[in-house]
Ligand binder design. Structure first.
Ligand code: KMH
Ligand code: ZN
Length: 295
């Protein structure tokens, strides 16, 4: 790795934590690719359901939506026509920042995942390494990461760097060192914690990962399943932003299924407000992330 400002920094120069009192950017990840509509009936899988969820979550305090879509049989898809229609509909009905998943499902091809950018979202996810994913493997080899990142720069799409473990933070540094800053000029990361195979959803892991981020980066965090609340509270305490949604948890509490994404956003917004870090409006999130256009 070559050495630039994105690489090593003193231990006392953390990634940029939100100031006390500063707003909390809440991302909702409403659908994902893993849950089944038959098992989780509240999961938004049609375009109408997704738009309705987006409107409710915006009202509840979300500023960003992380989008996976489904086909007519509610199976995960990266169909480009559907993705374009989804971006259009979300923009028509909300002012949320539209972040398309380039992770897709573990079965999706690299070429289909690269083609997601052709749907011209505001932003996209970009996972910085391969990770065991339960019994599956979520594959993100270096050449794919590099190609996807270069395409985000060319297409003017703001990447959110998804980090499932500490090694992926090192890969993020390598990426920035080799290809320079992202479109929009600002590095924002999302720690995905508690995936079986990735870093655990603990405060110790949160502190280790955030301490290793590039100087000036901002970050959000999400805990999968039972890691949801510890990660949410740890992230608020550590000055981070939040991602919540049915992609990451389908239980609101032990034995109580989530009834809809909005209640997860409402809970996050309430806790953020109690922490004196109320939800951020989409316009402020656009400015933070360097997303062009509508404000
Ligand atoms: N569904 C996972 C295999 C992303 O959206 O970029 C990948 C994922 C990450 O959800
Ligand atoms: Zn996702």
């Amino acid at each position: 790795m070559t050495s630039t400002s994105s690489a090593a920094r003193p231990a006392d120069a953390p990634a940029q934590p939100a100031r006390p009192g500063a707003a909390t950017m809440i991302t909702v990840a409403p659908t994902g690719a893993e849950s089944d509509k038959a098992t989780v009936p509240a999961l938004p899988v049609t375009l109408d359901e997704l738009v309705a969820t987006a409107v409710e979550c915006r009202a509840a305090g979300a500023a960003v939506i992380h989008v996976h879509i489904r086909d007519e049989a509610a199976r995960p898809t990266l169909d480009l026509g559907r993705l374009k229609e989804t971006v259009r509909a979300l923009r028509e009905h909300t002012d949320l920042i539209v972040q398309l998943s380039t992770g897709g499902a573990v079965t999706d091809s690299f070429s289909d995942r690269l083609a997601v950018l052709e749907a011209a979202p505001d932003a996209c996810s970009l996972t910085c390494g391969t990770v065991n994913f339960g019994d599956e493997v979520f594959a993100n080899p270096w050449p794919f990461i590099r190609e996807l990142y270069a395409r985000t720069q060319a297409a003017g799409v703001v990447p959110e760097f998804e980090l499932f473990d500490l090694g992926q933070v090192a890969t993020l540094h390598r990426l920035l060192d080799e290809l320079g800053p992202p479109h929009g000029g600002h590095v924002h990361c999302d720690l995905v914690m508690g995936v079986p195979g990735g870093m655990p959803g603990t405060v110790a892991a949160l502190v280790a990962a955030t301490a290793a981020l590039p100087a000036g980066a901002t970050w959000s965090a999400t805990g999968i399943g039972r890691a949801t609340l510890p990660v949410l509270m740890g992230a608020l305490a550590a000055g981070g932003h939040l991602r919540v949604g049915m992609e990451d948890t389908t239980s609101f509490a032990r034995g109580r299924p989530v009834t809809g994404n909005a209640e997860l956003v409402e809970r996050a917004a309430t806790l953020a407000t109690w922490a004196q870090r109320p939800p951020m409006q989409p316009a402020e999130a656009r400015a933070l992330l360097g997303v062009n256009g509508r404000s």
